[in-house]
Write a protein that binds this ligand. Structure first.
Ligand code: NI
Length: 191
C-alpha cells in the first residue's frame, strides 16, 4: 500500500525514532509499504518518520545499472550482487563514519522541488538489524554511504537542510517557507 509522504513542517519529521524491539508482521508490513511508497515517489530512500511513524526504520534502493559494475561495498563481509540486497530495510542502525567530507546535491521526498549540496563523510560502517531481527553489517562508500547517512539522520529527527551550509540554504529559504506554509494549511484542513 502506498502511504502519504509527510512534508516539511510536520512535527514527526523532527522526532527521534524509538528503537524497534518487536520484529513482527506489523513491522514487515510497514517496511513493505515504505518500499512501495518509495518506488511510487521515485525516491532511493525513505525513513519511517516520512510516513508518520517515529521508529528506527528506513528503506533504501540503490539503482542497479546493467552496464556498470556494482559499487564497492561489503555486506556481512561478502559482496553479493546489489539486486540481492536491494531494496534494503534497515532497523536500529548504528553508524561509524570515516573518510574525508565531500559535497553532493541531495533531495528529499519530504521537500519536493528542493535540492542542495550537503557535505558528508564519504565512507561508513553500519551495524543494523533486518525486519526479522537478524544482525548485519555493511561497509560502503559513494552513493550507498550518502543515502544511509541521509536516512539515518531522519531517524534522529535531523533533516538535510539542517546540514546545509548557510550559503547553500539562503537561496532555498523562500521555497522552504512556502512549503512549510502549505503543510500548515494542509494540517489545518485535516483538523
Ligand atoms: Ni529525506
Amino acid at each position: 500500500m502506498v502511504l502519504r509522504v509527510t512534508q516539511y513542517g510536520e512535527p514527526v519529521l523532527k522526532e527521534k525514532g524509538a528503537p524497534v524491539t518487536e520484529f513482527n508482521d506489523e513491522l514487515r508490513k510497514l517496511a513493505d509499504d515504505m518500499v512501495e511508497t518509495m518506488h511510487a515517489a521515485e525516491g532511493i530512500g525513505l525513513a519511517a518518520q516520512q510516513v508518520g511513524v517515529a521508529i528506527q526504520l528506513f528503506v533504501m534502493e540503490l539503482p542497479v545499472y546493467e552496464d556498470e559494475p556494482d559499487p564497492e561495498y561489503q555486506y556481512d563481509g561478502k559482496h553479493p550482487p546489489l539486486e540481492l540486497i536491494m531494496p534494503l530495510a534497515v532497523v536500529n542502525p548504528v553508524l561509524e563514519l570515516a573518510g574525508e567530507e565531500a559535497g553532493y546535491e541531495e533531495g528529499c521526498l519530504s521537500f519536493p522541488g528542493i535540492r542542495g549540496n550537503v557535505d558528508r563523510p564519504t565512507r561508513l560502517r553500519m551495524r543494523f538489524q533486518d525486519t526479522e531481527g537478524n544482525p548485519h553489517e555493511i561497509v560502503c562508500d559513494g552513493l550507498f554511504a550518502r543515502v544511509i547517512q541521509h536516512e539515518y539522520d531522519h531517524l534522529q529527527g535531523v533533516l538535510f537542510i539542517d546540514r546545509m551550509h548557510p550559503k547553500v540554504l539562503r537561496p532555498l529559504e523562500s521555497k522552504i517557507r512556502r512549503l512549510r506554509r502549505a503543510t500548515r494549511d494542509f494540517l489545518k484542513g485535516k483538523a
